[in-house]
Design a binder for this molecule. Structure first.
Ligand SMILES: CC(C)(COP(=O)(O)OP(=O)(O)OC[C@H]1O[C@@H](n2cnc3c(N)ncnc32)[C@H](O)[C@@H]1OP(=O)(O)O)[C@@H](O)C(=O)NCCC(=O)NCCS
Length: 195
């Protein structure tokens, strides 16, 4: 499971992560589709981080704190900001009617390709929120100079995520091994390129 690709590591000693994302700035105007929006993380998102940290499913593939406290929560939010500050990509909070309910990330590890990650807290799942948020972010990403494709990596058993990606125009693109923390998984690769 890889929910949030800020934490995904492929063992590549010559990794040039970050060298390709210098132009990736926060979307301006910010991304919105009716009640769904994507915005920069805020200190006020600590309750979302705390809620997400209680979900074992989300802990597996992210850097969410395993044992929440406000310091660990702030550090999580600072890690999200650091993606933009360090030029490695972007992490955005997903909101529904202004309520922060999840996370969507784009990390640029290779020339021209952004790796996508996303998660929603459990109460926000099942209503298509993730699909709308991912569609907004991916369509924006594919309009950015230097980004020709977006890829996502999904476990075989994660049917909701596979359906989400297929609904927003991704296609199967083989498999790839991912090592994250103590996880070592062979994942489906989904890819969407410029139209
Ligand atoms: C993946 C995720 C963001 C999708 O959330 P969402 O946008 O609310 O999507 P939904 O729950 O509405 O479901 C998406 C599709 O999967 C289907 N689905 C949901 N649960 C399912 C299940 N257990 N079995 C089969 N299909 C399922 C839904 O019916 C929907 O398909 P449809 O639009 O054709 O009806 C959310 O499930 C999540 O946060 N999961 C945990 C984190 C995660 O897995 N992130 C992605 C890692 S690659």
């Amino acid at each position: 499971m890889t929910n949030e690709h800020e934490s995904v590591e492929t063992p590549n000693p010559e990794s040039q992560e970050g060298r390709f994302a210098e132009g990736l700035q926060y979307p301006d105007p910010s991304l919105r589709d009716g009640s769904i929006a994507l915005r920069r993380w805020e200190h006020g998102d600590l309750p979302l981080v705390e809620e997400a940290s209680t979900d074992r499913l989300l802990l597996e593939g992210t850097t969410l704190p395993g044992e929440y406290n406000s310091r660990a929560g702030r550090e999580f939010i600072e890690r999200q900001w650091s993606r933009h500050a360090e030029g490695t990509g972007l992490s955005l909070a997903i909101t529904s009617d202004g309520d922060a309910v999840g996370c969507a990330t784009l990390i640029v590890r290779r020339p021209s390709t952004a790796d996508l990650g996303y998660w929603l807290v459990e109460r926000a799942r099942g209503g298509g929120t993730g699909g709308r948020a991912v569609q907004l972010l991916v369509e924006w990403a594919l309009r950015q100079p230097g980004i020709d494709a977006v890829e996502a990596f999904v476990a075989d058993e994660n049917v909701p995520s596979q359906k989400l990606l297929e609904h927003v125009g991704f296609e199967r693109h083989g498999r790839q091994r991912h090592q994250v923390n103590n996880l070592d998984e062979d994942l489906r690769v989904y890819r969407r390129g410029k139209a």
